[in-house]
Design a protein around this ligand. Structure first.
Ligand code: HEM
Length: 364
């Protein structure tokens, strides 16, 4: 079956609600509880979610030559090569032992991108932020804020470990279960398999403007070294940073290649813009490759790279081109909290954030 023609972008594909500003203010207040508590505990500020990084990679993004007009849009309008940084993470707002198994995140920063910037976007990079599942559990930022508020209250309340945010992205039911239960129970819940982040496929979950069209983004492993790791479980018993150690050992010996692919919206009812709980089915809106990302063998936990990327950079879907404007209620609500969290880190740690360019050196 040939997929139908992609839907053209127009501002009317978004449906802005009157209470969005109030929700965003509430999100920032709740994130403050998390940020202040973890900063006090660690003596160092960390991201309010996806606090723990498992690996920092440096690589090259190569845009596919001869893309058809519907895919040759925005950053992908013409062939080119860009330096990239990748940050692999797990979604808790605390630095948890890896035995607590949670979904993975991948943040991607593409350097030296030309074109009109999103309002307030500093520097010349294009960021993409993804998780290893195709949908988000909250339909609106208000729903997300509901579970966030509840979890912020559990800060420091769980025995043996701090689990401010450890289950928030897994859904409200799990979040309810997490309140007041022991860490051993939490560990055995096994909500997400403890998979190797190098073998995973990542999804933007929410849609973006794709030049003249609308798309979701995804990064999938394609080199045999990476696909061999897909679904591989990491045994984290007794090893707090087992994932980081595993990724570091693996990346020393392999060249990782991923494809960056887009899923064009072809029917606004079946692939809605405002509801990221609805999966855009691949048979109706197939993924198509627009670029590859190659990471040569490297030390994925080199001190200089960790300092430059984990500490001194921030990733945000609102750092990028106007041609890739984040769309939908959840995406609109993300702009201020990402800035707020990064500002807090910058202030508390006395360490300015940088938007890198191609001349940036970030360790071995
Ligand atoms: C209203 C919804 C959301 C809010 C309020 C929110 C908030 C945040 C905040 C405050 C940070 C930390 C930023 C920093 O300190 O630099 C963050 C990071 C992150 N978020 Fe979200 N988020 C939301 C939705 C999502 C969604 C839908 C995804 C799925 C793709 C996602 C994936 C991530 C990832 C992977 C990171 C880590 C980025 C990094 O490595 O620096 N978030 N989020």
């Amino acid at each position: 079956m040939t997929p139908s023609a992609p839907v053209r972008f127009s501002p009317s594909v978004e449906d802005i609600q009157p209470d969005e500003a109030a929700t965003i203010e509430g999100l920032n207040e709740t994130f403050d509880t998390i940020l202040e508590t973890t900063a006090k505990d660690y003596g160092h500020a960390v991201r309010s979610v996806h606090a723990k990084a498992h690996g920092i990679l440096e690589g090259t993004l190569r845009i596919e030559p001869n893309l058809p007009p519907e895919l040759a849009q925005g950053l992908f309008a013409g062939p080119g090569e860009h330096k990239v940084f990748l940050r692999l993470s797990t979604n808790a707002g605390d630095i948890l032992p890896d035995a607590i198994s949670l979904p993975r995140g991948m943040a991607l920063k593409i350097l030296d991108v030309e074109g009109e910037r999103l309002p307030g976007a500093k520097g010349t990079t294009q960021d993409f932020i993804m998780v290893n599942g195709p949908i988000f559990q909250a339909r609106t930022a208000k729903d997300f804020h509901g579970s966030l508020k509840m979890l912020a209250k559990t800060t420091d309340k769980l025995e043996g470990t701090k689990t401010v945010m450890s289950t928030v992205l897994r859904g409200v039911n799990t979040a309810l279960e997490a309140v007041g239960i022991e860490s051993s129970t939490l560990q055995s819940m096994g909500g997400a398999p403890n998979v190797d982040p190098l073998g995973e496929t990542y999804y933007s979950v929410t849609p973006f403007r794709y030049g003249d069209y609308i798309a979701k983004f995804s990064v999938a492993p394609i080199s045999p070294d990476l696909t061999a790791l897909t679904g591989t479980k990491i045994d984290a018993s007794g090893r707090e940073n087992a994932i980081r150690e595993t990724v570091q050992a693996e990346m020393k010996g392999i060249e990782g290649v991923w494809e960056l692919r887009v899923q064009l919206c072809r029917d606004l009812d079946k692939q809605p813009v405002e509801d990221p709980t609805v999966e855009w089915k691949e048979d109706e809106a197939p993924f198509q490759r627009v670029a590859t990302i190659t990471a040569a063998p490297q030390d994925s936990w080199a001190a200089a790279k960790v300092q430059a990327v984990d500490e001194e950079m921030r990733f945000s879907i609102w750092t990028g081109l106007a041609a890739h404007q984040p769309l939908g209620n959840i995406n609109r609500a993300r702009k201020a909290p990402y800035q707020h969290s990064a500002d807090f880190r910058q202030r508390f740690n006395g360490c300015p954030m940088h938007e890198p360019s191609g001349s940036a050196k970030a360790g071995a």
